[in-house]
Ligand binder design. Sequence first.
Ligand code: GMT
Length: 377
Amino acid sequence: MRIGIVCYPTFGGSGVVATELGMALAEKGHTVHFITYDRPVRLRERAGHVFYHEVRVSDYPLFDYQPYELVLSSKLVDVAIYEGLDLVHVHYAIPHASAAWMAQQILASKGFHLPFITTLHGTDITLVGRDPSFEPVITFSIERSDAVTAVSESLKRDTYAHFPVKREIEVIPNFVCIDQYPREADPELRARYAPKGERLLVHISNFRPVKRVEDVVGVFRRVREKLPARLLLIGDGPERQRIENMCRSANDCHDILFLGKMTEPEEVLRVCDLFVLTSDSESFGLAALEAMACRVPVVSNNTGGTPEVVTDGVGGLLSPLGDLDKMAANAVRILQDAGALEGFRKGAMVDARRFDVNAVLPRYEALYDRVAGKVTV
Ligand code: GMT
């Protein structure tokens, strides 16, 4: 099948999932065309099967705001016709779903049919999308998509709760390619981060307020009172400087390392002992899944889609939002001795395997067949 994928090319989970999906589809013989404003950060070369089309917006001086969505629609029309796309799969509703709808209308006027699938990822529904200035467009494009998926049951519920949509939404969870993760931890890397054999806690995010990175530091400080530990913070974003300043003024920087953005965080994850995720709510929490696929258990909140990904007591331990004492106690329970940690490491792999690419990819392929009209139900 010839599939167009539209996504954000950045470090966010929706772009990562879309990119990994495209590469996994190419691996199975499909031809995949990425259509986005920059090369997706996780995109690896796969000549002959994966193509990248850049959406370039001109900077004409009249535009205070560049009309990216229109250029994206035009590019979709162009790629659909000249590459013979069977369908396009857009990730993150804003503005991709409405751009796909417009492309579909233009193509119809030329005698082409381009079905499109919208995958809802989280903040497009729970945060940004709830802004009244977006609501009518999101509702419309969800209704008009040929199929809609959400990455968790929680996000599906949120969509029905916040938007007046009636159509069916299928839950297809995010996934990881477990075979591509490092099997062994690199002892030299581990020694560099934990020179005195400390326990290593880790957090990855885009450092936006919804992630509550300050809580990660709060949990870490409580854990460090009980056992020797260090904290690795991976990623960057609006809150990073504030958190870094906070650590500097508390003279914490020797134990808290800011590693910045990483395209392949798995090597680092693999040497860690515990992933800490403190967000207000995650529709899924892809970073937690990636950690578990590296045998790293998770402490997190029991909000949003997280309990669907991390089974409480198996891949990690969950507690109410903002209860840092409970989170820290859970962390210590996991880290206190080698036996407990090994038990949770095994549990993390059990949880991660439920989301292996081999389990999830066939569900997307079946959906593509249905939407492209190759299978009737
Ligand atoms: O967290 C964000 O704002 C980024 C957003 C994205 O586009 O990557 O993340 C959302 O999509 C991810 C992939 O499906 C999910 O794993 C994240 O849980 C979700 N973020 C939130 O719900 C806050």
